[in-house]
Ligand binder design. Structure first.
Ligand SMILES: [Zn+2]
Length: 260
């Protein structure tokens, strides 16, 4: 989905090889292994310079507001993917983060997805993500009635990240019954949370109060970050989600989640 997050593509490559070598057989249905953003992956960027974030285009608003000559790779790609994805029975998408995080999932709340999500090997399951719902792929799939899960597998820099992404994808195939290889899925305790706040970077001077890590717990009064005029503190216990200081002004710098 994001070209600077190669773990998903590499995990899918390993699974595709296992099917080709007959080490793995589909037990039922048809399994689609889709590398969503080939162009950004070849460039090692989140999205192509002329295009846009492929996981923020799923409300297709650009088709009305942006003339076609100004579209980049991702604008064309999201329309191609829409043709395939709306007909799926169930869906998983794989990401990695800028800073260390325990693996966590984001559910679109359709039918059986939460039960399956709890078997893939995540520590946290986000049940709702305030403000993002209609722009991300799992939001589009919710409208199409397709149970869908996005997983952040860990940080880009984690040497085990491909291993983690592969394990999560394999557990998803097992939990859905798409493969039966005799291996049990993950039975870890999974904590359910809601993302209730999105903080965007107010200025170039903005910096975090601490170098936050994913799902670090913040107590009331904790200084999330500040610039010369603004101080952001939390007023209730919450978790830091996808903290990333290294974004442009106006882009999301951290999300805050609370227990359900
Ligand atoms: Zn991503």
């Amino acid at each position: 989905m994001h070209g600077n997050e190669p773990c998903g593509g590499e995990a899918l490559g390993r699974i595709a090889s296992a099917f080709e070598n007959r080490e793995l057989e589909p037990a039922k249905g048809t399994i689609f292994l889709i590398h969503a953003n080939l162009e950004a992956t070849s460039q090692g960027r989140r999205n192509t310079p002329k295009g846009d974030d492929l996981n923020r285009l799923w409300d297709f608003g650009f088709a009305e507001t942006l003339r076609q000559e100004a579209w980049g790779y991702e604008h064309h790609r999201v329309l191609e993917l829409r043709e395939v994805l709306g007909d799926l029975d169930i869906f998983l998408d794989l990401h990695s983060a800028a800073t260390p995080t325990p693996p966590f999932g984001v559910s679109n709340g359709e039918a059986s997805i939460d039960d399956i999500a709890k078997q893939v090997g995540i520590s946290f399951l986000v049940q709702s993500w305030y403000g993002l719902a209609d722009k991300v792929i799992i939001g589009f799939l919710k409208l199409a009635g397709v149970p869908a899960l996005s997983v952040e597998c860990g940080s880009h820099g984690d040497p085990e990240i491909v291993e983690t992404a592969h394990g999560i994808a394999m557990n998803f195939l097992r939990a859905t019954g798409a493969i039966e290889d005799g291996t049990k899925t993950n039975g870890n305790e999974v904590r359910t949370v809601h993302v209730v706040e999105t903080i965007t970077k107010p200025s170039d001077e903005f910096g975090f109060g601490c170098p936050w890590q994913g799902f670090q717990q913040l107590e009331p009064g904790t200084l999330v970050g500040r610039d010369r005029v603004t101080e952001i503190r939390v007023s209730r216990p919450c978790y830091a989600v996808l903290p990333n200081e290294d974004v442009e002004v106006g882009h999301d710098v951290i999300y805050l989640a609370v227990d359900t």
